[in-house]
Design a protein around this ligand. Structure first.
Ligand code: 15L
Length: 271
């Protein structure tokens, strides 16, 4: 599995991941709508707008496996989500199929299930409960991955990524933090594991406060090295500076849930 394409290479996760993955996949091809500011001489870059199928087909040509980070990475206006995450994601899977790509690792998000309360411990087989238009687009990408796996034999791993960073930023992130090296380890399972057909894992490190049952990832050999609890004091100190958010503090998706929220805050909603 030598020829790997990384979309969203100029974004925050892409910038971290391409540095970790380059030694593993020396032929790594990078893509984004704009050229990464820190592109190295040894890196290969091709620009593409994901909303344009012809451009996506060009970047996918000759590729064995794709890590699809590209798209809009937070909540946004419908038109933005539609172009980048719905049409863009469709174009990516469709180009993968037509160009004979073998595997796709799709960067889904915890926001596909963000309206589960924090007291629920959920696996990856629960009904999706998106907390935003962005979360809906991630659920759409997972469904598309499932379709392309079942109908076209593409091998697909969807990673419901928590929060990527050097350390967990606040109390919520103590439950969902993922160390970049651990995320890279999960991506390698998606690109290389011989038994993988279609799976959904949580993109999380070893977090004692996790709301997620991620045993499927462990069954495939995942052994995270990051431990959120090592940063407990820093995260709690940062939390004290945040304003209370009755909706966001109750649900797994945090501020993505409280944004534009005008629902009923009664007992049924809290089940
Ligand atoms: C995400 O999916 C976003 O891409 C990222 O910016 C964070 O907001 C993260 O979720 C999170 O939930 O903390």
């Amino acid at each position: 599995m030598a020829r790997i394409l990384l979309t969203g290479a100029a974004g925050d996760i892409g910038t971290r991941l391409r540095k970790i993955l380059k030694p593993v996949y020396p032929d790594l091809r990078l893509s984004d709508i704009k050229r990464p500011a820190d592109l190295g001489n040894d890196e290969t870059f091709m620009a593409a707008d994901l909303a344009r199928l012809d451009e996506v087909e060009k970047i996918v040509e000759g590729i064995d496996g794709i890590i699809h980070l590209g798209g809009f990475s937070v909540e946004g206006p419908w038109e933005t989500i539609l172009q980048s995450n719905i049409i863009g994601c469709y174009n990516l899977f469709e180009a993968a199929r037509s160009k004979g790509v073998k595997r796709v690792v799709f960067a889904s998000s915890n926001h596909a299930v963000g309206f589960y309360p924090r007291h629920h411990h959920i696996g990856t087989d629960v009904t999706v409960r998106p907390d935003s238009r962005y979360g809906v687009s991630k659920a759409f990408g997972e469904a598309l991955g499932s379709l392309y796996a079942d109908k076209h034999g593409l091998r697909v791993l969807c990673l419901r990524i928590g929060n990527v960073g050097d350390k967990p930023l606040d109390k919520r992130r103590l439950s969902i933090w993922v160390k970049p090296e651990d995320l890279a380890q999960l991506m390698r399972i998606g690109l290389e594991h011989p038994d993988l057909r279609f799976e959904i894992f949580y993109g999380a490190s070893w977090n004692e406060r996790a709301w997620w049952d991620n045993h499927k990832a462990y069954d495939y050999g995942y052994r995270p090295t990051g431990r959120a609890e090592d940063y407990l004091d820093e995260a709690m100190t940062a939390q004290e500076k945040l304003k209370p958010d009755p909706v966001g503090d109750f649900f797994q998706g945090g501020t993505f849930c409280s944004l534009e929220f005008d629902g009923d805050a009664g007992p049924v909603w809290k089940k």
